[in-house]
Design a protein around this ligand. Structure first.
Ligand SMILES: Nc1ncnc2c1ncn2[C@@H]1O[C@H](COP(=O)(O)OP(=O)(O)OP(=O)(O)O)[C@@H](O)[C@H]1O
Ligand SMILES: [Mg+2]
Length: 307
């Protein structure tokens, strides 16, 4: 029995929470609609804000197979869809030759049968599954080139793939598709039109604190509040690359490793490389800027505590 899809936005929120994903209502709404209306969900956003994680959590909590297509420049049909197993076909041909004429006649249909087909993610995602249609994650689509995007558009329209030597493979039930992009280039309108679009933003302080509570439960409450306050302020500074949620989690874990129960200027300076990944950014923040940000965070938290 396939696990049922969530029936309401609240049920979608609860489903994500079960997978330890803290979503706001607007994201849960987009996901709920995408699932109910069987449309791909197109997630765009900065690095490390939790785009890929949504697909993983969805597969895990629904008990579906996760099929992941990691995109990169030069991705082609052979890596994304299917490929014939040439070496096995060669062996088969040799065997047929050795066996004489009788086997050679049926050889052609033989070596282009499913036995010799290597199925890549897009084809795998169309295969029926007793556990329900899989979650197809097409990750970092902006890294591929436009011809591949056009091909994908076709697949996402009909959920079928034609293999010239074999015929057409069509999904009995379309997969649950999640597409992500870091927006290093714009994805074509034609593809976006087939999807529900959602911009995954940096979380506000309350949501980021909740994420830390769930993902790094060992952190002292004071440390978590300061970390979140610091990262939230850091995101307002003009930097080459702002820290994502992944960095907030990493930084908190690093500080725990160093036995920090609260932030101090030295601990911040020593661990900035966990948070910022460009030397120019680190040089800009390290020292007086970090100390000043920390001061602001501490006085803000003290003010909030007073009431
Ligand atoms: N809302 C959230 N709730 C819980 N954990 C989250 C949330 N958002 C992000 N995370 C955590 O942050 C980490 C990074 O998330 P993820 O890999 O999905 O980011 P991404 O947006 O796909 O980044 P990239 O663009 O670099 O691939 C994950 O390990 C995930 O656990
Ligand atoms: Mg990702």
């Amino acid at each position: 029995m396939p696990s049922p899809l969530p029936a309401t936005v609240d049920a979608t929120l609860a489903l994500l929470a079960r997978g330890r994903y803290v979503a706001d209502r607007s994201l849960a709404t987009a996901l709920f609609l995408a699932l109910s209306l069987r449309r791909p969900l197109f997630l765009e956003g900065e690095a490390g804000v939790g785009k890929t994680e949504i697909a993983k959590v969805l597969a895990e909590t629904l008990g579906r197979r996760l099929v992941r297509l990691q995109c990169y420049e030069g991705l082609d049909v052979a890596s994304a869809v299917y490929e014939w197993n040439y070496s096995r076909q060669m062996v088969e041909i040799r065997l047929a030759e050795a066996a004489g004429d009788r086997r050679r006649e049926s050889l052609d249909s033989d070596i282009y049968s499913e036995r010799f087909l290597i199925k890549r993610p897009l084809l795998q995602a169309l295969e029926a599954d007793p556990g329900g249609s899989p979650v197809l994650l097409i990750d970092e689509l902006d890294r591929t080139d436009e011809p591949f995007e056009a091909y994908l558009l076709e697949v996402l329209s009909d959920f079928q793939i034609t293999i010239p030597e074999l015929g057409t493979v069509k999904a009995a039930e379309p997969p649950l598709v999640v597409i992500t992009s870091n927006r290093t280039r714009e994805i074509h309108d034609a593809l976006k039109r087939r999807c529900f679009y959602y911009w995954v933003d940096y979380p506000d302080a309350a949501r980021e604190l909740e994420i830390l509570r769930i993902k790094v439960p060992g952190a002292a409450a004071e440390l978590s509040r300061q970390v979140v306050g610091f990262v939230q302020r850091l995101r307002k500074v003009e930097l080459f690359k702002l820290p994502g949620i992944a960095e907030t989690i990493d930084w908190t874990e690093a500080l725990i490793q160093l036995d920090q129960v609260a932030l101090d200027p030295k601990a911040v300076d020593d661990t900035l490389g966990v948070l910022l990944k460009y030397q120019d950014d680190i040089a800009r923040i390290r020292g007086s800027e970090a100390a000043s940000l920390l001061e602001q965070v501490k006085s803000e938290l003290a003010g909030a505590a007073r009431g």
